[in-house]
Design a protein around this ligand. Structure first.
Ligand SMILES: Nc1nc2c(ncn2[C@@H]2O[C@H](COP(=O)(O)OP(=O)(O)OP(=O)(O)O)[C@@H](O)[C@H]2O)c(=O)[nH]1
Ligand SMILES: [Mg+2]
Length: 658
């Protein structure tokens, strides 16, 4: 059977990341062996490698209940287990958002379950993830599919609680009395999910390669955590929205689409796919294949029209038949299930777009460092060459020429020393500017803004309080970002001045210090603000005025804003380091070259060394620099490599197994 494209691409992606890590390690090694490593660069390289290692590609599955999200996940990712690994049944099954991933840190297979009662706490789920003690842990025995299937059933458990508990947890709102029939009082007890969130670490190759899957419960307005909709879904790299052919597009499908997906992903069309599941319900032995295909096409078009997207973004599939086909190795059934079309799309669109993100960040950052080193090697090479020419021109001639060269070198040193003083003093002001910038973007600052906003709301967890709290929060953040931009601009301008001065007076090769901008974060905050406004004006909030939803909303909103803020802070810190490193390096290297040259001339003048031996030494150094140039070039090229195709070894392995 055709090997799953998604798996192939994911493997290639993983290998590409491993190659990137290798290049970065090679570069680190190069820096160390040439005495160019600094503590700052080492920390940066270490951070980048760690972030590549823990990098995840998240695909979220979202739909009304019972559309087949879990079945689709089983079919795409877990068919190898030849069984239905994750529980999928008629009616409501998945009870809480469930993340599947692999925990490389602990290197263990487990299920962690967050008790539903934690909803009463004012802590976001992302913060609770750091507190393992709050979660129930069940170890998974990966050698026993039976144990796993049983353990996984725990995720979907529910319990019966007194009505008041459900109300306190925000899982039930009383109907307004006028709508309630008097002879039909609300029940005294009610069934609620046992767990609030599930994390499953599982050593599946795809998960080990960095795929993370988010399975969601059928979304309904009430019990849903705002954190899921404001944080987890927008942060996913792809969202698969699922409809079912047996129900068609219902009102509640459209609600989920409008409220949870469309708005939040409008700027990122690529990561959004719709699947029209259960097409097997349209199979009909009384009809010809062509007729069946036509009726599927009609539904597909209707679905696309209702969602307002192109029909080519709607993938008709049968998750159930695909799972069966993969389990029984039935190629014809797999073909009819049309799952491979969806897998192909996921593989060809989503992985490359995620690769693009890494390229923009990691590749460009490390690439810049390598380029700077290459520039500095070029510069040293040029300087040594010109020193060599000077020496050669003096060979066999009298000492006045040597003395003339010494004078010239001394002048250069003096000019350099002047600039050095300027550099040192500017460095102090630069550090002060940077400190202001980082203080402005510090979490302490953010928390102060957030707590002012919170204060406005604690008295009244209503939509009115919400509005003024939100205004305080977003205005505060906006102001902070503006001040930060000002500090960053000043810092940047000063750095440009230093660079220009060194370039003009000390033959330092032009470096191009990039500016720092908070624009990206401003935009994200703006988007968050708009989402928040939508939520504030949505019927759930205005009609129920329930403190619970508002509170949870605010907690998740703040936690998301804090994440964005933290990223801005990290980027500013990295930016400042990155911008200073090449200059500081250039300055020291330049100093060493000047000193060496002075010493050479001095020795020749004192007849302690001959011009010939010194020239030979310089030539050897030039050769070494040329070699370094080649090494750096090749590292730079490797960094730009595209995702590879499967290696020969892997292809032959596949051929042998299939
Ligand atoms: N005929 C048919 N049934 C399917 C298909 N996919 C899923 N089902 C069935 O639909 C029911 C619901 O599937 P689930 O995967 O549990 O749906 P879900 O979207 O995860 O539902 P919740 O977890 O409750 O939100 C199960 O009985 C599945 O066997 C399909 O392609 N064809
Ligand atoms: Mg499910």
């Amino acid at each position: 059977m055709e090997e799953d494209l998604f798996k192939q691409q994911m493997r290639a992606f993983d290998r590409w990341k491993a190659e990137l890590i290798q290049v970065i390690q090679d570069y680190h090694h190069w820096l160390e062996s040439h005495g160019k490593g600094t503590a700052e660069i080492n920390v940066r390289l270490f951070d980048v490698i760690e972030s590549l290692k823990s990098d995840h590609l998240t695909v979220a599955f979202v739909a009304e209940f019972s559309r087949g999200k879990t079945e689709l996940i089983n079919a795409i990712f877990f068919a190898d287990y030849k069984r239905r690994l994750l529980p999928s049944e008629a009616g409501r099954t998945t009870m809480c958002p469930t993340e599947l991933f692999y925990d490389h840190d602990s290197d263990q297979a487990y299920i962690r379950l967050l008790p539903i009662e934690t909803r009463l706490q004012e802590t976001s789920i992302s913060e609770l993830k750091k507190d393992v003690a709050q979660w129930k842990n069940i170890n998974l025995d990966v050698n026993s599919p039976d144990q796993m299937v049983n353990a996984l059933k725990e995720v979907v458990t529910t319990k019966i609680v007194p009505m008041q508990d459900a109300i306190d947890l925000g899982l039930y709102t009383e109907e307004p009395p006028r709508r309630r029939r008097t002879d039909n009082p609300p029940p005294e007890e009610i069934e609620i999910p046992q767990w609030r969130h599930a994390m499953i670490s599982f050593p599946h190759p795809l998960l080990q390669q960095g795929l993370a899957i988010l399975d969601t419960p059928g979304l309904n307005a009430l019990g849903t955590e705002p954190e899921l909709t404001y944080n987890m879904l927008p942060n996913a790299h792809a969202v698969v929205f699922i409809l079912a052919a047996d129900t068609g597009v219902t009102r509640s499908d459209l609600d989920v689409w409008e409220h949870y997906i469309k708005e939040y992903r409008s700027s990122d069309e690529k990561g959004l796919v719709a699947a029209l599941n259960k097409i097997d319900t349209l199979w009909d032995e009384m009809k010809s294949d062509d007729e069946v295909r036509k009726s599927i096409e009609v539904q597909r078009q209707e679905a696309a029209n209702s969602l307002g997207i192109d029909a080519s973004s709607v993938f008709p599939v049968s998750a159930q038949k695909a799972l069966l086909a993969k389990t029984k190795e039935d190629p014809e059934l797999l073909e009819n299930s049309r799952l491979m079309d969806l897998e192909r799309y996921l593989a060809n669109e989503i992985i490359p777009s995620k690769q693009g993100l890494i390229r923009d960040n990691v590749v460009s950052e490390i690439g810049n460092l390598i380029r700077n080193d290459r520039n500095s090697v070029t510069m040293q090479f040029k300087q040594l060459k010109s020193q060599l020419e000077d020496l050669k021109s003096a060979s066999g001639k009298n000492t006045t020429l040597i003395q003339h060269l010494m004078r010239k070198a001394r002048e250069k040193q003096a000019a350099y020393n002047d600039n050095m003083e300027y550099f040192q003093s500017s460095r102090r002001t630069l550090n002060q500017h940077a400190k202001l910038l980082l203080n402005e973007l510090s979490l302490k600052k953010f928390d102060a803004v957030a707590s002012a906003a919170r204060k406005k709301m604690t008295d009244s967890w209503t939509t009115g309080g919400l509005k003024s709290g939100m205004m305080t929060l977003f205005n505060g953040i906006r102001e902070t970002m503006q001040v930060s931009t000002r500090h960053a601009d000043e810092t940047h301008q000063q750095i440009v001045n230093i660079y220009q001065k060194f370039e003009k007076e000390n033959e330092l090769q032009a470096l191009d210090p990039k500016p720092f901008s908070t624009e990206k974060y401003d935009k994200e905050m703006q988007k968050l603000y708009e989402q928040a406004e939508d939520f504030r004006n949505s019927p759930v909030t205005t009609m129920t005025e329930q403190g619970f939803v508002v509170k949870k909303f605010f907690i998740s909103l703040v936690s998301h804003a804090r994440d964005i803020f933290f990223q801005a802070n990290q980027e500013a810190e990295t930016w400042f380091k990155d911008i200073m490193i090449p200059l500081a390096k250039h300055v020291t290297e330049h100093k060493q070259l000047l000193e060496q040259h002075m010493e050479t001339l001095y020795k020749i003048n004192e007849s302690k060394d001959s011009i010939a031996t010194k020239s030979a030494e310089l030539e050897a150094k030039c050769r070494k620099l040329a070699e370094q140039h080649v090494t750096l070039d090749s590292m730079y090229e490797k960094l730009q490599n595209p995702i590879g195709s499967p290696t020969d070894e892997e292809e032959s392995k596949q051929a042998a197994s299939g």
